[in-house]
Design a protein around this ligand. Structure first.
Ligand SMILES: O=C(O)C(=O)C[C@]1(C(=O)O)C=C[C@@H](O)C=C1
Length: 306
């Protein structure tokens, strides 16, 4: 039975994602994303499940930054999970009593219209996770009056649901990934995604375009690009890329090795099956057979067979 670390405590959306991704795994709650990834890195867990991207908010920066540094980890699976937030209170609390709300920063952003409309004067404070907020609010002497979290977190910690589906959009989805220590990659399925982090060799006009060209000329479709600060000063950024295909596909392999040539560093974060099951459109001349045929043609002309 694999042991998987996750952003805890019990009742987070991440736990729900883990239960779906690995129903038989032993679940090890961690205080934050960094701790969950470190548990996987140091062998206290066999892997971890962490949030990576939200359909409203974009990349989950704590995860993006943690995956870009420290001992490398590989993404081996992904899951798309609809997220529905509830307003949870201790029994007896009424709407008009709510002055201080506790929740995860991602939930603060996703429920901004609701909190501004219903509680214009309330303070909304960041919690380590939505379930950590619910757990805290359940304490009789908590300084917070309400948590925004999954309904299940309310059940876990004895809270009452005062309002349901309080997110600004009812169709919000978070993408979660399962990571493992480096090892064999998941087999290509024909519906795969690859992730990596690329660091610029030097800052010059067109540097980003050079990276994008490596994908474009091989017909590799990007599904996410995100710049994150390196921390070395204003204007210094590195780039997260997600794109269609598996590194075993010729066009993807060529694009990744092209990036390796033009960047100072490329950290490969894995090739894994896509949760949505979509297959890439293969542009003319970029199928595996096209690359193989071109390679044998090149070998022939190099041998003087024209
Ligand atoms: O706090 C949680 O319940 C989490 O699993 C984290 C998280 C996130 O980081 O995006 C996951 C899904 C929601 O978008 C809100 C919070």
């Amino acid at each position: 039975m694999p042991r998987l670390a996750y952003l805890g405590p019990e009742g987070t959306f991440t736990e729900e994602a883990l239960r779906i991704l690995a129903p038989h795994a032993e679940r090890l709650p961690s205080a934050n994303v960094g701790a969950a990834l470190d548990a996987a890195r140091h062998g206290e867990a066999d892997g971890a499940v962490v949030p990576l991207e939200n359909s409203l908010e974009g990349g989950i920066t704590s995860t993006l930054d943690e995956l870009a540094r420290g001992e490398p980890l590989l993404i081996v699976a992904e899951l798309l999970l609809p997220v529905e937030f509830s307003l949870l209170v201790r029994p007896g609390t009424r709407m008009r009593d709510i002055k201080r709300i506790f929740t995860h920063p991602a939930a603060i952003t996703q429920c901004r219209n609701f909190t501004a409309r219903e509680f214009p004067d309330a303070v909304v404070v960041s919690a380590p996770s939505t379930a950590a907020a619910a757990q805290e609010v359940s304490l009789p002497d908590s300084p917070y009056d309400a948590a925004i979290a999954a309904r299940i977190a309310g059940d876990n910690y004895g809270l009452v649901e005062l309002a349901s589906d309080v997110g600004d959009r009812s169709d919000t989805v978070t993408r979660f990934v399962r990571v493992a220590r480096p090892g064999a990659l998941p087999e290509p399925t024909g519906s795969d995604r690859t992730s990596l982090v690329a660091f610029l060799a030097d800052d010059h006009p067109g540097a980003l375009l050079e990276m994008l060209t490596e994908f474009s000329v091989r017909g590799v479709n990007l599904t996410r690009i995100e710049s994150r600060p390196t921390g070395d000063g204003i204007g210094r950024y590195f780039f997260h890329f997600d794109f269609e295909g598996h590194v075993a596909d010729a066009r993807v392999g060529e694009a990744v090795s092209g990036l390796h040539r033009v960047c100072s560093d490329v950290r490969f974060l894995g090739s894994y099956p896509r949760a949505d099951g979509l297959s890439p459109q293969i542009k003319r001349g970029t199928a595996d057979d096209d690359f193989a045929e071109a390679a044998s043609w090149l070998a022939r002309i190099r041998g003087g067979q024209v």
